[in-house]
Design a protein around this ligand. Structure first.
Ligand SMILES: Cc1cc2nc3c(=O)[nH]c(=O)nc-3n(C[C@H](O)[C@H](O)[C@H](O)COP(=O)(O)OP(=O)(O)OC[C@H]3O[C@@H](n4cnc5c(N)ncnc54)[C@H](O)[C@@H]3O)c2cc1C
Length: 344
């Protein structure tokens, strides 16, 4: 067995979360391989305490110090592990500590498509299946083949197929019944050489036109368009602390949607199985939250779905603001919002 990496004490998590919250971890360690992770999990100090796996910290809100051990995933590696000439597909394996956007760039460099619409999503490959990341008409599950994960209680490495992951809208078994039981160490995607690009969503086609690309865009062009759109719409965590969309878009019944639509004629909605998905940003904006600032924290002025830390905010204050927003949307529309961000 590999020797366990050093355990550090009372480490500030400020550099490790995009909200920029200065919480502390009682214990902190990094692992660069499955063997190092297993060695850490075998330490009595680690076994006896609460564990938090940390990727890029871009989907987390610390509301207090973490009184357990933070295990930072730094497993690297990007490779094509199989090619299917007949189907024009390839299986790409990525170490869970690789950056997600790094994997997108690697795929593009190999002329492989399927994840270009997910360009520039912050964070690591290993966290991507947790909430089945999605953007611009694509989700991780569309190209997912399988993942490898270490069971925290036994240290055993196990493979999860697509079906076993139970993907849904920003959901998987790892956020549900298997929460805090597995640490993802590697992810395998099936990507295409025969491209089927999706440019129908949002402003992708108009941005491509602005880029002078009217016909036959490449996966690289689509990635560039998505990057331009994201940069124009979303605050950069390097400039202002945030974790992207704080809330999921609620899914309501058709009857509820019709009732609201009769009252609010411009209420947007997108049909989903069993109902209608409504943009949480629209609901929040209607409640007057967009751009509001309360000292060091507030709601972003261009994107009502994003809560921000202007500098020095407490995570608990951001959590309390989220609760106030949820209550006001409930009161005005009778719709329940749920956080997408993991609150600790
Ligand atoms: C500006 C901005 C824009 C964003 N845009 C999008 C978007 O378009 N679409 C989208 O889906 N998300 C988006 N997000 C959210 C975020 O980027 C994703 O959820 C991302 O997958 C989180 O990765 P991470 O490595 O930072 O996870 P972390 O924040 O480190 O962890 C998130 C959760 O996953 C767990 N976890 C992390 N790694 C592992 C692992 N290896 N095994 C098991 N559990 C693990 C953690 O314990 C925690 O519960 C955005 C965030 C920001 C800041």
């Amino acid at each position: 067995m590999a020797s366990a990496p050093a355990l550090e004490h009372h480490v500030s998590l400020l550099p490790y979360n995009t909200f920029g919250i200065d919480a502390k971890a009682r214990l902190f360690a990094r692992f660069r391989s499955v063997e190092e992770l297993r060695a850490l999990l075998a330490l009595p100090e680690v076994q006896q305490t609460e564990k938090l796996v940390l990727g890029g910290g871009s989907n987390l809100l610390f509301t207090q110090d973490f009184d357990g051990v933070v295990l930072k995933n730094e497993i690297t590696g990007l490779e094509i592990i199989a090619q299917d000439e007949a189907q024009d597909t390839a299986l790409v394996r990525a170490g869970a500590g690789e950056s997600w956007h790094g994997l997108v760039q690697y795929a593009l460099s190999q002329n492989l498509s399927g994840i270009e619409n997910l360009s520039l999503i912050p964070g690591t490959v290993g966290a991507a299946p947790l909430q089945n990341i999605g953007a611009y008409g694509a989700e991780l599950k569309d190209t997912f083949d399988h993942l490898e994960a270490v069971e925290i209680s036994s240290g055993q490495l196990r493979t999860f197929t697509h079906e076993q992951c139970g993907f849904g809208y920003r959901e998987s078994v790892f956020k549900g019944p298997l929460r805090n039981q597995y640490i993802v160490t590697g992810v395998v995607l099936q990507l295409r050489r025969k491209h089927q690009l999706n440019v129908s969503y949002g402003a992708i086609s108009t941005t491509l036109a602005d880029m002078g690309i009217e016909t036959e865009p490449t996966p690289h062009d689509v990635s560039e368009a998505v990057i331009q759109i994201r940069r124009s719409k979303l605050p950069d965590p390097a400039q202002i602390g945030n974790a992207g969309s704080f809330f999921k878009n609620p899914e309501i019944s058709q009857a509820k949607y019709d009732e609201l639509k009769a009252q609010y004629a411009d209420l947007p909605g997108y049909p989903v199985p069993g109902g209608v998905k409504v943009p949480a940003a629209w609901l929040i904006e209607q409640c007057g939250w967009k751009g509001r600032r309360f000292g060091a924290h507030g709601v972003h002025d261009r994107q009502a779905l994003v809560l921000v830390n202007h500098g020095g905010a407490q995570g608990s204050a951001i959590r309390d603001l989220a609760h106030e927003i949820i209550a006001s949307v409930r009161e005005k529309f009778g719709v329940e919002l749920h956080p997408e961000v993991n609150i600790l």
